[in-house]
Design a protein around this ligand. Structure first.
Ligand code: SAM
Length: 222
């Protein structure tokens, strides 16, 4: 059940949403399709009503179970990196969380597959996908470290929690020409965002910027 206000905050929401999009432009986001989908997506339905007045701030916010909804700038940046680098037919997301990033991906991809390890979060996200009429999202409760072998290969993979190393199953499940955006936690505890590309020769990776994500953890929670 969605505990937030679907009808929304009306005109205020529309104005603050447009202001957020302007802030993303100011921070260097240029992919119009991504900006347009983010402008149309009601972020306030992905968080608890008590925090909905902060929904259009460019900040991450708590969603319960020790997890967060990602900062809009990071959602935009990771999505734009994938959209600008190649096809978006089959896209895998690791870490559904509240489902906000999934919904943005659904607007710029043909099919989105998303995996979440915490069942209550996954359930709430699925209710939101239904409320938003997203018909191109397939979801699963599971350990995203292992990817989704049955649906591979993927044109694009997005990891929204930070591993210490890029999981090998995700590299294996990327198509030739496929790309992955993922944070990685370094030995000193800092995190860096990488764009990884796969071709016939293997993979190459490019550091994008420093980031801060919750850790990618193994196993599942019922
Ligand atoms: N994508 C979300 C959004 O739209 O804001 C942000 C997700 S939150 C920062 C990271 C999520 O990754 C959490 O919900 C966490 O439970 C999940 N997670 C962590 N390790 C995971 C794993 N091995 N498999 C699947 N999900 C995982």
């Amino acid at each position: 059940m969605i505990t937030t206000n679907m009808a929304g905050i009306g005109m205020t929401s529309q104005r603050t949403r447009s202001r957020l999009i302007q802030r993303l432009r100011d921070k260097g986001i240029i992919e119009e399709n991504v900006l347009s989908v983010m402008e149309q997506t009601p972020r306030h339905i992905f968080i608890d009503e008590a925090l909905s007045h902060r929904a259009y701030e460019d900040t991450s916010l708590p969603i319960g179970m020790g997890q967060t909804i990602s900062q809009p700038y990071i959602v935009a940046r990771m999505t734009e990196l994938l959209v600008m680098s190649g096809p978006m037919n089959d896209v895998l997301e690791i870490g559904t969380g509240c489902g906000y990033q999934t919904s943005i991906l659904a607007g710029v991809s043909r099919r989105v597959y998303t995996i979440e390890r915490i069942k209550p979060l996954q359930k709430q996200a699925v209710d939101r996908f239904k409320a938003l009429n997203l018909h191109n999202v397939t979801h699963r409760h599971g350990d995203g470290f292992l990817g989704w072998e049955e649906q591979a290969p993927f044109d694009a993979i997005i990891v929204t929690a930070a591993p210490d190393q890029i999981p090998q199953p995700l590299i294996d499940q990327l198509a030739i020409g496929g790309r992955m955006v993922t944070p990685v936690t370094l030995a000193n505890g800092n995190q860096e965002l990488y764009l990884v590309e796969k071709d016939e020769e293997g993979i190459s990776s490019m550091k994008i910027e420093e980031v801060k994500f919750v850790p990618l953890l193994g196993g599942t929670i019922e």
